[in-house]
Design a protein. Structure first.
Length: 313
């Protein structure tokens, strides 16, 4: 009987020892991961978390950089912001610009990725060529497009002249300035989402396409029932990343329009710049920044709800 007990308990003891070893191994791996993360977390807390906390604190004060004393206002800056017409106009302009640019950039990037994913000659060269504008600085892009969209001698109006279309004041018309800025930004930034879509397309197993062709599916059916559904994680990533980026519009309108005509191309960040660095109202500017961050978080969550629920991670 004693032999039976020893034999029966041996597997249980082995299993317990194995579990203890696995737990200790996972703990050592987690410890190593946290050790490697510590330098990043230190600088993240020092420069990002500390900066955000300082901005939140500053938003409760009448923080004039030229004054040694800062008056506590509580929610006064936020109450003023809610009744600020320029803030609401800037937010409206920013949302319109972000929606136009994200939609346009995603469509152009997806179309380019579909074309460059085909086994055509020289596709490597065209991939580099289409991605190249993303490497340009904001100053180069803004200055170049100011010349291209110039009413008198811009290349865009010169091309339209051949179709009998009169010269258009792209940057001086309040109804066209946001589409013009969006067009500039799409040309400048679509290269990165194009690479993401290319990676997503190349991650789709060719077996699905072969089976669909054998079943007699048309190219349109293949795109809408195979390619597009399997690209949903990439589409979610591209739209979320693009929306966060384009809600921070600043350099394009700063260089190309200086917020004009009137307030037609004012963005939230441009308005923040005017408040904080021209009027030196750092407390009010911090309230603008905090409210913009909250809006971006809300819209990002909505994107995950609307698009992410149909994505299988």
């Amino acid at each position: 009987m004693s032999n039976t007990i020893v034999t029966g308990s041996a597997p249980a003891a082995t299993q317990q020892a194995t579990r203890r070893f696995q737990i200790n191994l996972r703990r050592r791996e987690s410890l190593a991961a946290y050790v490697f993360l510590l330098p990043f977390m230190f600088f993240f807390c020092l420069f990002v978390v500390r900066g955000v906390a300082a901005a939140v604190n500053m938003s409760f004060y009448d923080w004039d950089v030229l004054s040694p004393v800062h008056k506590y206002l509580g929610l006064g800056n936020y109450n003023e912001l809610i009744n600020d017409d320029i803030w609401w106009l800037s937010l409206k302009n920013t949302l319109i610009f972000a929606v136009m640019t994200v939609a346009g950039s995603s469509l152009v990037a997806l179309g380019a990725a579909l074309a460059l994913n085909q086994p055509v000659r020289g596709r490597g060269f065209f991939r580099v060529l289409l991605y190249a504008p993303s490497l340009l600085s904001a100053g180069v892009v803004g200055t170049t497009w100011v010349w291209l969209l110039n009413t008198q001698f811009g290349i865009v109006n010169y091309a339209l002249h051949f179709f009998g279309i009169p010269a258009i004041n792209w940057l001086g018309d309040s109804n066209l300035v946001l589409p013009a800025l969006s067009l500039t930004t799409i040309w400048w930034t679509f290269g990165f989402p194009m690479l993401l879509f290319l990676a997503g397309l190349q991650g789709i197993p060719t077996l699905f396409y072969e089976a669909a062709r054998i079943d007699g599916a048309s190219p349109r059916q293949i795109f809408f029932y195979i390619t597009l559904p399997l690209l949903r994680p990439t589409i979610l990533f591209v739209t979320v990343l693009g929306f966060i980026s384009h809600m921070q519009l600043f350099s394009q309108n700063f260089i190309m329009t200086t917020g004009g005509p009137g307030y037609a191309s004012y963005s939230v960040i441009y308005y923040l710049y005017q408040i904080a660095w021209k009027s030196f109202r750092m407390g009010y500017g911090s309230a603008v920044a905090i409210l913009l961050a909250a809006i971006i978080v809300i819209f990002t969550a909505l994107q995950f709800i609307l698009i992410g629920r149909r994505v299988q991670y």
